[in-house]
Design a binder for this molecule. Sequence first.
Ligand code: HEC
Length: 140
Amino acid sequence: MRKDDDLRQIGRWTGGPWPYVGVTGLLLVTLVGMLIFRPGAWSERTDLRLRPGVPEIVALGERLYGEQCATCHGPAAETNWDLSDRALFRATKDGTPGMSGFGGILSDAEIIAALSYIKAQWPDDIRARQDRINAAAEGE
Ligand code: HEC
């Protein structure tokens, strides 16, 4: 081998394309991960809207409300919080001053059902007011 050929080999990677494959793979995994776990993705996927118009959900909620909520809150028609669906959900799941959260007791769907039942008991004007609160809270 000639001497300048030897020199040209110095510092050259001779292990094949694997470092490039590895780096590209790592980038792909990172990108896919960022897509799946991008901030807010979870709350976008979980529909936290109350369903006072869906009879099965309201029926489940009625049972849960009777078992879990009525002792403290009394008749559902008399509960009334000026909070958005999302805020009602968070307060019920995580707790609020005076009430410990139901996160370990009820599933997310059960919490939505109990709250949907509550909303279904409200008179029209209270429901309409809470709809406006939801509209204002959208995009938060
Ligand atoms: C051990 C008593 C108790 C039980 C059981 C209970 N709560 Fe409460 N809850 C309270 C108290 C006390 C407050 C605070 C005062 C208020 O807002 O009425 C409260 C507040 C709330 C609030 C308003 C939160 C806020 O930030 O204003 C929501 C929503 C709520 N409860 C939902 C529920 C639901 C749904 C259930 C049943 C799954 C339930 N609670 C069961 C005692 C209870």
